[in-house]
Design a binder for this molecule. Structure first.
Ligand SMILES: Cc1cc2nc3c(=O)[nH]c(=O)nc-3n(C[C@H](O)[C@H](O)[C@H](O)COP(=O)(O)OP(=O)(O)OC[C@H]3O[C@@H](n4cnc5c(N)ncnc54)[C@H](O)[C@@H]3O)c2cc1C
Ligand code: SF4
Length: 334
């Protein structure tokens, strides 16, 4: 691990100003905000990330979960994953989010991990974490060891010839199905980014994972009010029952009325280079009866563009079955 300077921010404006100053002085994104540190410190120990300055944001007043006047929810950037998962409003109105959070990592990690840090957690591709291997994400232009190497756990949707890394977050998948909005403050002011536009596909620049600019601080995330009569659910399939990332997962938010699906929001995890919302699958479900045949057609549509690698062809069928089963469970409960 390389040496670094640590500063503690006491207000957001100061955090952003410090970040801007450090970014200008160091000519690049060699500063990082630190939340729980459960991704960042790991990567610093491996020398994958080598920031010269860390800005600790844990003292900022961004630790609240509050109901919004429209019935939605606002979640501060440093709210811990455990606090979010067990919050009564989340359990009541956004079960999919609670279930996704509780399916991730371990109790200790969830007690440390923050909302913003989870949104920005980096891939678990083993070559990204091994500095002696080629990896376009870590070192642009060096190549991608995974394409001809160990790619069993990697993505089948949204890949490019430069990177096939999976977005590993469970929370992000639930946030995608819930149509969350990410709120950011930077040197150019404030902006709000729908989660669908927040993470970007790897394309030619896999080192860039989101639309954030250097020094941008995520302040909070908002969720719209729950759709009337909707049920939601997160299903995660993995190699072992806990302390493991998803091979495939599905977040569904669904409303059944008069024996038909009135509204559906679908996102997949473990298979995409970003949290994978499938509006096409949602279209297949809408106004249809809640039957297995309809679910299967929607799953086929969601995976239509899948491009498996040498070791992860099994994920196509696994993801389809995961989505079908999640839809069955969510509609049975209705
Ligand atoms: C062993 C292990 C198992 C795990 N298993 C799972 C799992 O099954 N499912 C799952 O979803 N996750 C899993 N995780 C990942 C875990 O959820 C993430 O490490 C955690 O959510 C990151 O949050 P953090 O606050 O610790 O982030 P940090 O490490 O503090 O930060 C992560 C990144 O976000 C940036 N950042 C943080 N806050 C802000 C902000 N407000 N504005 C701008 N940038 C910010 C940091 O600069 C850094 O680049 C696992 C992690 C470990 C170590
Ligand atoms: S898949 Fe992406 S993260 Fe993994 S080695 Fe290839 S470029 Fe690096």
């Amino acid at each position: 691990m390389k040496t670094f300077a640590l500063t503690r921010a006491s207000d957001s404006a100061q955090a952003i100003a410090t970040a801007a100053k450090a970014t200008t002085a160091q000519q690049g994104a060699e500063i990082r905000f630190i939340g729980g540190g459960t991704t960042l410190i790991d990567l610093m120990k491996l020398n994958v990330e080598q920031p010269k300055t860390l800005i600790d944001i844990n003292r900022l007043p961004l630790d609240k979960i509050e109901a919004l006047p429209d019935g939605g929810l606002t979640i501060g950037a440093v709210v811990r994953n455990s606090d979010l998962a067990y919050h009564p409003l989340v359990r009541k109105n956004y079960a999919v989010l609670s279930e996704a959070l509780l399916s991730g990592a371990t109790v200790q990690l969830r007690n440390m991990a923050t909302t913003a840090g989870n949104l920005l957690q980096r891939t678990r591709c083993m070559y990204f974490r091994a500095t002696d291997m080629p990896c376009n994400k870590r070192e642009p232009g060096s190549g991608c060891a995974a394409i001809t190497g160990a790619n069993r756990s990697l993505a089948i949707l949204g890949t490019s010839e430069h990177c096939i890394a999976t977005n590993p977050s469970d929370m992000n998948v639930a946030m995608a199905a819930l149509e969350a909005t990410i709120h950011v403050r930077g040197t150019k002011g404030e902006r709000s980014i729908p989660i669908a536009d927040f993470h970007v596909l790897p394309g030619n620049t896999p080192q860039r994972e989101t639309v954030l600019e250097p020094g941008d601080l995520i302040t909070h995330v908002t969720l719209p009010p729950p759709a009337a009569g909707s049920r939601s659910l997160y299903l995660k399939l993995r190699d072992r029952a806990s302390y493991e990332f998803a091979l495939a997962s599905a977040a569904v938010v669904i409303t059944v009325a008069n024996a038909k699906i009135a509204r559906a929001r679908i996102a997949l995890g473990g298979v995409g280079t970003k949290p994978w919302r499938s509006t096409e699958a949602e279209g297949e479900l809408t106004n249809q009866p809640a039957t297995e045949a309809v679910f299967r057609k929607a799953a086929d549509t969601a995976l239509r563009d899948a491009k498996p690698q040498s070791q992860n062809g099994f994920k196509v069928e696994l993801a389809k079955r995961c989505l079908v089963h999640a839809l069955k469970l969510a509609t049975q409960a209705a």
